[in-house]
Design a protein around this ligand. Structure first.
Ligand code: GLN
Length: 487
């Protein structure tokens, strides 16, 4: 049978596999071929693990034949290259991990394997997930399938671009300040950052441990719920994982959003937002109102403008501590041609890390250093608490908050690369969510001159069901998520 790769959802693939209209081996081969054909243009993948994928596909076919399949069984997925895959190169798109082969699987990978998923390969990203465009990858820059001259967003740009281009049915990404949602918005796919603690971070290469969270990038909301079902849950190997039962996230997918109270925080519609983005998001919110939601258009979260500053103290501080482990002894790249151990470490880090990673390490080291700690790090933590409290207060009145995912449409490759501050601004709408540890989803909400625009729906802690329900209602009433790039 011919497969419509760019439209095939997990839900549909599962039906085809179960009805034996296609085998997992056939499905996997067709995605591997498509990826090989499109990669010279999209550059979304660090590696394609074809042999392993075909082995997994064969096993999946056996599971299906025995009547023992689950929704993800036999379906090809890509994993962002900062999640450990046993025996498979995991580079974090960094030179310093260019030859790192983990001896174990991340919990999410273990969970996908337990479902009989087919892991096709690893997706490109900004080095150590620091960036908003994949231009900080030490390997290559990924292109946006909607316009190859533009960025796919980041840092999970490879994951998002691959899903948009139909190189995989779905992908996993990670989100520290927007890295699932911003590329989902830029590539017109659905991306969810779960509540902090909902999905295990075990085996995720740490960037900023109090902010990092893994989540799905998919064709639509139903698929997002299916993937969340598979990866969510308590894990004793992640000390911040929350012991809470995992609901069946597909159960909440009905279009009944009548009477839900949704707030629109005005601070997300000011500085630097493109007029067409604001107009598109307001139209999308209007659609939700038509569907029966009660919209409050003038909510205020006054400390929102501080979130970016808070993030760029806390995230680099945590990164500077986490990245201290890369010394050329324990992992990956090692600079050998020196006389002393100290020089070897220095040279390893000098040659192994890219410019943005070094910038973050320096910022973080400074913010944590004696004499500056109170002025920067401690103060940032205090403002973090205020931001969280502001969200708590808003959620006493509203079931969810609605904002643009990004202030702009995807920008041109090279446009912001020499201006870190402009690059940092790409995440003004997503960062507050990580600061407060909340769940949020980005869904396709329209286009401006053929370039995608994402709507962000932010929920209360552990209210993934509410935001999935709202997103589902929107997708039932619109077809933005069904439009695909011509590639
Ligand atoms: N763009 C933000 C940063 O560079 C967020 C990255 C992320 O979520 N991993 O820090």
């Amino acid at each position: 049978m011919t497969i419509n790769h760019d439209h095939l959802t997990i839900d549909e693939a599962h039906r085809l596999l179960k009805a034996k209209e296609i085998s997992s081996v056939e499905l996997t081969k067709s995605y591997l071929e498509r990826s090989q054909r499109l990669e010279p243009e999209v550059h979304a993948l660090v590696s394609l693990t074809d042999e392993l994928a075909l082995e997994q596909a064969k096993k999946a076919d056996e599971l299906i034949a025995s009547g023992d399949s689950q929704p993800l069984t036999g379906i090809p997925v890509l994993i962002k290259d900062n999640m450990c895959t046993k025996g498979v190169l995991t580079t974090c798109s960094s030179r310093i991990l260019e030859n790192f082969v983990p001896p174990y699987d991340a919990t999410v990978v273990e969970k996908l394997n337990a479902c009989g998923a087919v892991i096709m390969g690893k997706a490109n990203m900004d080095e150590f997930a620091m960036g908003s465009s994949t231009e900080n990858s030490a390997l290559f820059t990924t292109s946006n399938p909607w316009d190859l001259g533009r960025v796919p967003g980041g840092s999970s740009g490879g994951s998002a671009a691959a899903v948009a281009a139909g190189e995989a049915v779905y992908a996993l990404g990670s989100d520290t300040g927007g890295s699932i949602r911003q590329p989902a918005g830029f590539c017109s796919v659905t991306g969810l950052k779960p509540t902090y603690g909902r999905v295990s971070r075990y085996g995720l290469v740490a960037f900023a441990s109090s902010l990092d969270q893994i989540g799905p990038l998919t064709q639509d909301v139903t698929d997002c719920a299916l993937v969340l079902n598979a990866i969510a849950g308590y894990d004793s190997r992640d000390s911040t994982s929350v012991p809470r039962p995992t609901p069946d996230y597909t159960k909440c997918l009905n279009s009944d959003i009548k009477g839900l109270r949704l707030g629109v925080p005005k601070e997300y519609f000011v500085t630097g937002i493109q007029a067409e983005v604001a107009a598109t998001i307001k139209a999308a919110i209007g659609k939700l109102e038509e569907l029966g939601a009660e919209i409050e258009w003038e909510v205020s979260l006054p400390h929102t403008p501080c979130a970016l500053a808070v993030y760029y103290i806390i995230a680099p501080s945590e990164a500077s501590a986490n990245l201290a482990r890369y010394d050329g002894v324990k992992y990956g790249f090692s600079y050998k041609d020196t006389d002393s151990m100290w020089q070897a470490m220095e040279k390893t880090r000098q040659h192994g890390f890219g410019a943005e990673v070094k910038r973050r390490i320096m910022l973080g080291t400074y913010a944590l250093s004696a004499g500056y700690y109170d002025a920067w790090y401690r103060k940032a933590q205090k403002v973090r608490t205020i931001i969280r409290q502001e969200f708590d207060k808003a959620f006493e009145k509203y079931d969810a908050l609605l904002t643009p995912t990004s202030p702009t449409v995807p920008f041109k490759i090279g446009e912001k690369v020499d201006d870190p501050f402009q690059m940092y601004l790409s995440d003004v709408c997503t960062i507050p969510v990580n600061i407060a540890g909340l769940p949020a989803i980005s869904i396709p909400a329209g286009f401006s001159d053929g370039l995608p625009i994402g709507l962000q729906i932010i929920g209360k802690p552990f209210a993934e069901e509410t935001i999935l329900k709202i997103a589902y209602a929107y997708q039932q009433a619109t077809d933005w998520h069904k439009r695909k790039p011509e590639i």
